[in-house]
Unconditional design. Structure first.
Length: 280
């Protein structure tokens, strides 16, 4: 009887060890696969570097005169939820735009929180070395020289882009750019609901050019991982929402924005849904 029990115990132990070995092997395969995906990501750095600065959109949002509303922003405490690289990259883009929004409105306390949130994302992505966070924090706390703050932050972002390009981390920089762009357009559409400003709606309509380029990159990489497939599908919805939207700029004539109320509502809702999915 003892022999049977011992034999059964050894069998159970062997199966458990075998399962653990299989699990470890599968985990290693996943890690190798993830590394291959990052290496194989096809990014157009010329297009990425030519993307307009989302702070331009945020500055236009501020110029509408609509009151500062931090309920529109991604909560700083949400950083605890972002553990994967693609989530950190997307939300680093989001937080940098939110940081710009708080700074443009001279909300120092909120700006410090968003600076800390941005720093957490850069630490997770191993890109914090490109930013002088002590200097940025000092300028933010003084709340006096906004131009210096924008310049210092911009220098860090430029260094990061070059660094990620040198390291062939095309996926990370693409997602950071996409996250920042999405957050800026989200803020613009949310404010455009309250402020009927032609300049703002023209800027929103102009983003059709940007989403067209982003969707090309995501489409070229959509089969390399599950999360990139999902991101492609989500951004494709945004791209589709821009179908009937256009800016007509004929020589000698006033710029015309082609965007019906129905088109705007569809775009606004789609942007909101995709953005909320990203920050969740």
């Amino acid at each position: 009887m003892k022999k049977i029990i011992v034999a059964l115990s050894l069998s159970v132990f062997w199966v458990a060890c075998n399962d653990n070995n299989n699990a470890n092997q599968e985990q290693k395969k996943d890690e190798v696969k993830e590394q291959e995906v990052k290496k194989d990501f096809k990014a157009d750095f010329d297009i990425l570097n030519a993307m307009p600065d989302p702070i331009e959109i945020v500055d236009l949002v501020k110029s509408t005169g609509i009151d500062y509303d931090n309920s529109l922003l991604n909560k700083p405490e949400n950083t605890e939820k972002y553990n994967s690289e693609h989530k950190m990259a997307l939300n680093m883009g989001v937080y940098t735009v939110d940081l710009g929004y708080t700074n443009l409105h001279n909300k120092t306390q909120d700006a410090i929180k968003y600076l800390d949130a941005t720093k957490k994302m850069t630490n997770g992505l191993k890109v914090s070395q490109f930013f002088d966070f002590e200097k940025i924090k000092s300028i933010t706390q003084e709340g006096k020289d906004l131009n210096q703050l924008i310049t210092t932050t911009g220098i860090g972002l430029d260094k990061m882009r070059q660094g990620l390009e040198d390291e062939k981390r095309g996926e990370a920089i693409t997602l950071i750019v996409a996250g920042g762009w999405l957050e800026a357009v989200y803020l613009a559409t949310q404010v455009a609901e309250k402020a009927d400003r032609k300049e703002l709606k023209e800027k929103i309509a102009d983003q059709k050019i940007v989403i067209t380029e982003l969707i090309k990159m995501f489409e070229a990489n959509k089969t390399t991982s599950k999360h990139l497939t999902e991101i492609y599908e989500d951004f494709k919805k945004i791209n589709d929402a821009f179908t009937n939207i256009a800016v007509k700029n004929e020589e000698g004539k006033e710029v015309q924005v082609q965007m019906s109320k129905e088109d705007f509502n569809k775009l606004n809702q789609t942007i909101k849904e995709v953005r909320n999915k990203i920050i969740s």
